[in-house]
Write a protein that binds this ligand. Structure first.
Ligand SMILES: [Zn+2]
Length: 382
């Protein structure tokens, strides 16, 4: 299976210039091809690659010859993949969250350029990129095998990364237990059916700083140097939050997936909950979505089974010990004593136990066949 390995690097001033030029060319090639596709219908990679070759001979686009042709072709390949996902999502061939139409690339977003075998090589500690030269990434961990491609990324906070795609073998680790159910919430990020709890890191302080800077940004004149500085400061803070969250989600998902054979999550209706625009809430919801994606990917990696049960399952309305149905509970009720069997139940842990039961078939997932919606992320968040 394929995996991504990322490393930070610090380009020289000359390389920064060459990379900026390369990113610009990749963006123009993508945007040209996308504009043409949107004007009519998507003509396919071959047609677009031919017109790229032709456009390089025109005065208007001859500067595309100054950069390596490999990332330019990859840009068209990526557009092909984007369109394929979009079409398959439209006609229902593709499962999971809906994929929208490809979008135009902006100068202010993350920039990237992908090199395949013909455009890069590993030279000891250095990585050679065609027409850029040797860059020296910080090898925080070893590459497990020969990479098939490398993507150079510059994020909004002006950090540079190399992202390698490598082939890896599934990891062999014996699971401690058969299965686990996980209830995701805002107050406690995850409550497990075995009683474990995991709280989200606290982003309040960073949150406050971002809001302050966003107010400042709103008052600064467009295209001013100071505004640009504020924009980068905001991007850096967003990155800090994203890094902390990523680290937290990676650690939690690795622990859960490595310890259990079957991992069961409840499907969540995120778009419905998205009406609350508070940032902290949005972050926790984004976290649920990312957590699910990580658990699913790691389940593949560890050879585990990953299951999702319907969000219509009354997991918080039923006693996980005796199966007695209490009915709907007010959100303020955090624990209760079952009327039928007298067991003292914690609301979230009880839900997690029910999720585990339904997911492992000990209890019938009644509505699963009728509604099999997947957790979706609101696009406005991006
Ligand atoms: Zn009971």
């Amino acid at each position: 299976m394929k995996a991504g390995y990322n490393y930070r690097f610090y380009p020289t001033d000359q390389q920064k210039l060459s990379l900026a030029q390369l990113f610009g060319c990749v963006r123009v090639v993508w945007n040209d091809a996308l504009a043409r596709s949107k004007a009519g219908k998507y003509p396919g990679y071959n047609v677009l690659a031919k017109s790229l070759t032709l456009s390089k001979k025109t005065e208007e686009r001859q500067w595309l010859n100054d950069v390596s042709s490999v990332p330019l072709q990859q840009s068209l390949k990526q557009l092909e993949i984007a369109y394929k996902s979009y079409f398959e999502s439209l006609n229902g061939k593709r499962k999971g969250k809906r994929v929208g139409q490809p979008r135009f690339k902006k100068k202010t977003n993350n920039q990237s350029a992908t090199f395949v075998k013909s455009g890069f090589s590993l030279k000891g500690k250095a990585v050679y990129l065609a027409k850029i030269g040797n860059v020296n990434p910080i090898w925080s961990r070893e590459l497990p095998s020969d990479p098939s491609s490398v993507t150079v990324i510059k994020d909004c906070a002006n950090r540079y990364f190399l992202s390698f795609v490598v082939e890896i073998e599934p990891i062999q680790v014996d699971a401690k237990s058969q299965s686990i159910g996980i209830d995701l919430g805002i107050k406690t990020f995850a409550v497990m059916s075995n009683g474990d709890r995991s709280s989200s890191p606290n982003y309040k302080e960073l949150d406050r700083k971002i809001r302050f800077l966003q107010n400042k940004l709103a008052r600064q004149p467009k295209d001013s140097k100071r505004r640009n500085k504020t924009r980068i400061q905001i991007a850096k803070l967003h990155n800090r939050i994203a890094d902390i969250r990523k680290d937290f989600l990676h650690k939690l998902s690795t622990k859960i997936v490595s310890e259990n054979k079957v991992i069961v999550l409840e499907d969540l209706n995120l778009s419905g909950m998205m009406k609350n625009r508070k940032l902290s809430r949005a972050i926790s919801q984004q976290g649920w979505y990312d957590f699910r994606v990580l658990c699913e990917a790691k389940s593949d990696k560890f050879g585990r089974e990953f299951r999702v049960i319907s969000r219509w399952e009354p997991t918080s309305q039923t006693c996980s010990d005796c199966g007695f149905k209490w009915g709907k509970l007010d959100l303020s009720i955090r624990e209760l004593i079952c009327l039928n069997c007298g067991t003292h139940q914690d609301r979230d842990e009880n839900a997690a136990k029910n999720i585990q039961k339904v997911g492992t078939g000990h209890c019938h997932d009644s509505k699963r066949t009728r509604i099999d919606r997947k957790t979706t992320k609101d696009s406005k968040l991006k």
